[in-house]
Design a protein around this ligand. Structure first.
Ligand SMILES: *Cc1c(COP(=O)(O)O)cnc(C)c1O
Length: 406
């Protein structure tokens, strides 16, 4: 029986009138029994599909043993997950959070504290990029700089200097005596699946080294295999000083982390930061289970193989439907279709054809399937997109007013 619309919930989301009762792999079953192919993945969260048996086992085993103890005590599952993240990355140290925004908050505080600990507390500002998204807390909406998220919430938190996307000279010009570092997503997700060029990332790394700045990467969306490497910055052959992750590391369990080098974390001593729930044993058990799979030899090769296949098929669809799809963009399984009709209309039509996607800025529809997606499910998705584009084209030809600009 369909439930009533959840009118007691704060109406901050324009929700689709759709509720799901079950998930399995890349598939979601709705209350009315319809099965949807999930290429939204709870916004890049469902890294290993729904109800992955290894994750279910890890969570239920931990749930039966111990839920929560607080960070006043050692949490061995978290020590293990931290050690594995350190082993697999540039980082020497890890702080666990419950969300992406909190991972960013820790990153921002750490970048400021680094300079304060070095005797330069006046260096607290971060350079950020137009189109960025770093979360919805007061500091992270200021970092993201998007007017629609800042509007009406009082003076934005001070300390962020936003520059246009991808212009190195402007970045150089924005560096001043108060600059602490540079913060960016290697591929802007919410901003419209916009990758920074590898040369740009290398140039920013060098700029930071030359000016004594910290490079802070927001890999909340791009991390944990999403782009075909464990972390997206690996494509550019650089490492950050600080990195925020979340989404994929929990595979659906809410968790995030701030990773850093020992040097960058020098100011974060006992008492400087904390979280009641961060690093909770349940989250740590799931995070370890996600790593069990993602770190398996050959896993990332498989992701790259699948991603290439999907991207090729999408490129064919763009050629077949040049009136609907302007461009296929993105890295790995963080892909975007730039639409020639309103992207919300394309997304709704895809949903009618039982394919779930996520919107993004720049009139882009995001495709974020599980990293474990198989070729049969890719074929189903491609067929749904093909059919949807054909329907939208036909509707446009018969009634030009339904489409956007011709
Ligand atoms: C989703 C996201 C965030 C915010 O994460 P929350 O868990 O919603 O707080 C921050 N940065 C990027 C790049 C994201 O995609």
């Amino acid at each position: 029986m369909p439930s009533k619309s959840p009118s007691v919930l704060l109406p901050t989301y324009a929700r689709a009138d759709l509720a799901f009762v079950r998930g399995e792999g890349a598939w979601l079953t709705a209350e009315d029994g319809r099965r949807f192919l999930d290429f939204g993945g709870g916004v890049a969260v469902i890294s290993l599909g729904h109800a992955h048996p290894h994750l279910v086992a890890a969570l239920t085993e931990q749930a039966a043993r111990l839920w929560h103890v607080s960070n006043l005590y050692r949490i061995p599952e978290g020590e293990r997950l931290g050690a594995r993240l350190v082993e697999a990355t540039f980082a020497d140290t890890v702080f666990f959070t419950n969300s992406g925004a909190e991972a960013l908050e820790c990153s921002i505080k750490m970048a400021r504290k680094y300079h304060a600990a070095g005797g330069q507390p006046e260096r607290y500002r971060l350079i950020t990029f137009e189109g960025a998204f770093h979360g919805r807390t007061l500091a992270t909406i200021a970092a993201g700089g998007q007017a629609k998220y800042l509007e009406g919430f009082g003076p934005p938190v001070d300390g962020f200097d936003q520059v246009p996307f991808g212009d190195l000279d402007v970045v150089r010009g924005a560096i001043g005596p108060a600059t602490a570092g540079i913060l960016l997503e290697p591929v802007q997700g919410e901003g419209g699946v916009r990758p920074f060029a590898p040369e740009m990332l290398r140039a920013l790394r060098k700029l930071c080294d030359d000016a004594g700045l910290l490079l802070v990467l927001d890999e909340v969306q791009t991390g944990v295999g999403r782009t075909g490497r464990l972390f997206a910055h690996e494509w550019a052959g650089i490492t950050p000083d600080i990195m925020a992750i979340a989404k994929g590391i929990g595979g659906g369990f809410p968790m995030g982390a701030c990773l850093a080098t020992t040097a960058a974390a020098r100011g974060m001593t006992a008492g400087t930061h904390g979280s009641t729930f961060g690093g909770n044993p349940l989250a740590m058990a799931v995070g370890n289970a996600v790593l069990d799979i993602v770190l398996e030899p050959g896993f990332m090769d498989q992701v790259r193989h699948t991603a290439l296949l999907l991207k090729q098929r999408l490129a064919e669809l763009k050629d077949r439907h040049p009136d609907i799809i302007a461009e296929v963009r993105g890295e790995g399984l963080l892909l975007g279709l730039k639409a020639l009709i309103p992207s919300t209309q394309l997304q709704a039509a895809l949903r009618e054809n039982l394919l779930l996607t996520v919107g993004a800025g720049d009139n882009v529809v995001r495709l974020l399937p599980p990293l474990t997606i198989g070729e049969a499910d890719i074929a189903t998705a491609v067929e749904a997109i093909d059919r949807t584009c054909a329907q939208l084209s036909a509707a446009r030809t018969s009634d030009p007013k339904t489409g956007a600009a011709a």
